[in-house]
Design a protein around this ligand. Structure first.
Ligand SMILES: Cc1cc2nc3c(=O)[nH]c(=O)nc-3n(C[C@H](O)[C@H](O)[C@H](O)COP(=O)(O)O)c2cc1C
Length: 158
């Protein structure tokens, strides 16, 4: 008998992660994005990343259609940004500093790093879809990351 979702969420909350905003776009180039921590590197050769996107997210159809995404790794000062991109039904990009990369996705100002990916496979996985993306461009600075642990935002200790 599988466990229920609140138990899975509670236990996996003990697995500390970074926080990302995954961006994509519509056919006209309008940016979309959502906060995500179900993100992993998969392969170095070829360079592959995966992201898991909730089929019920408003942003989901744009991931399905565009075939591209960019993972923005958030810095410790970007908790407000993370909360904003974890909220449905609002204009997320209003007043948010970003540039558009070669895939047409938003690269957010002040993020610790980013990875621009082309979807090579979409895998149906319960209430999420796993997008496996080949990495075209990756870049990172030396800023401190934002962390997520047991339902709360954290920073690296001294
Ligand atoms: C720390 C954190 C991690 C999250 N990780 C994911 C994730 O990996 N995949 C996902 O689909 N949603 C994730 N979410 C939830 C989405 O950000 C949230 O459902 C958001 O409202 C979706 O926005 P949208 O409906 O505008 O697309 C996460 C939220 C938080 C706060």
């Amino acid at each position: 008998m599988p466990i229920d979702k609140s138990e899975l969420r509670r236990v996996m909350g003990h697995f500390a992660t970074g926080v990302t905003i995954i961006t994509t776009r519509d056919e006209g180039g309008r940016p979309f994005g959502l906060t995500a921590n179900a993100v992993s590197s998969v392969s170095l050769v070829p360079p592959l990343m995966l992201v898991c996107v909730d089929k019920n997210a408003d942003t989901y159809p744009y991931f399905e259609r565009s075939g591209v995404f960019t993972i923005n790794i958030l810095a410790e000062g970007q908790e407000t940004l993370s909360r904003k991109f974890a909220t449905s039904g609002i204009e997320k990009f209003a007043g948010i500093g970003h540039r558009t990369n070669e895939l047409g996705c938003a690269v957010l100002d002040d993020a610790v790093g980013h990875l621009a990916c082309r979807v090579v496979r979409a895998i149906d996985a319960g209430d999420h879809t796993i997008y496996l993306g080949e990495v075209d461009v990756a870049d990172a600075g030396d800023g401190a990351p934002l962390l997520f642990f047991r339902g709360g935002y954290r920073k690296l200790g001294p």
